[in-house]
Design a protein around this ligand. Structure first.
Ligand SMILES: CC(C)(COP(=O)(O)OP(=O)(O)OC[C@H]1O[C@@H](n2cnc3c(N)ncnc32)[C@H](O)[C@@H]1OP(=O)(O)O)[C@@H](O)C(=O)NCCC(=O)NCCS
Length: 208
């Protein structure tokens, strides 16, 4: 069938397809993850003050005294953790098995969130709790949809994060950090090339 014939066979006023939801950011956020189910009896809840002591004890146990001088920790220093963003993993009896926190930051001109620390009790590692904490936390964040962390790409990539690569060299952090470990989670259409400048902690303009 030649081109003219094809054109002839097409109805002249074919109904046009309904407009799709064309907002890639809305459609692609939060990242869709394929996680195994949480272990039986484990639930993820919003972290509250009642989880504070157990979280600090877990952080001390897992990260040791050096935890305060890490770049990510220095970004949080002096900041009050915003309420309602962190998540805790609890067992049936309400004991804390894991925790994740989020902090408002600015990456150059872009407001975003810093993820960390992510902590899972070693007795419960490898059961999917860390992944579920990240997923629940990231999904619950209000805009802006831009999350930064310092961590292992091999662990966080399946959780929707990507390495900043050379772009990381354009970021200044308050303490030395291995820039290969700077990872972000953002909608796929977010231009990573826009990220440059000083990374600093501080509330967003809307007060978050
Ligand atoms: C890293 C951590 C949060 C993972 O928690 P978790 O509940 O065991 O994670 P999940 O069960 O969701 O995922 C486990 C998988 O990730 C892998 N994994 C764990 N740490 C990893 C790392 N650093 N790099 C690559 N893969 C890693 C495990 O081998 C496991 O793989 P498998 O499913 O193929 O066996 C936990 O080990 C932890 O608290 N570590 C100490 C604190 C820390 O380093 N926190 C992160 C930086 S702040």
């Amino acid at each position: 069938m030649n081109k003219a014939m094809i054109q002839k066979t097409l109805p002249s006023s074919a109904p046009s397809a309904p407009p799709a939801d064309v907002s890639p950011s809305a459609a692609d956020w939060p990242p869709r993850l394929d996680l195994p189910a949480l272990p039986l009896g484990v639930r993820i809840v919003a972290r509250t003050r009642s989880h504070q002591t157990a979280t600090e004890n877990l952080a001390a146990r897992l990260l040791g005294p050096g935890r305060h001088v890490r770049a990510a920790a220095m970004l949080r220093e002096g900041q009050e953790e915003p309420r309602g963003l962190g998540r805790a993993a609890l067992d049936r009896r309400g004991r804390l098995l894991g925790s994740v926190a989020f902090w408002p930051i600015h990456i150059g001109a872009h407001p975003g969130w810093l993820l960390g620390p992510l902590l899972v009790d070693p007795a419960h590692e490898g059961r999917g709790i860390g992944g579920h904490l990240v997923q629940a936390g990231v999904s619950g964040l209000p805009p802006p949809h831009l999350v930064l962390l310092v961590g292992d790409v091999a662990y966080y990539e399946p959780l929707g994060f990507r390495a900043l690569g050379f772009q990381a060299l354009k970021l200044d952090l308050p303490a030395p950090v291995d820039k290969a470990r700077l990872l972000v989670c953002a909608p796929p259409d977010f231009a990573l090339a826009e990220l440059e400048g000083r990374v600093r902690a501080g509330p967003h303009q809307d007060g978050a």
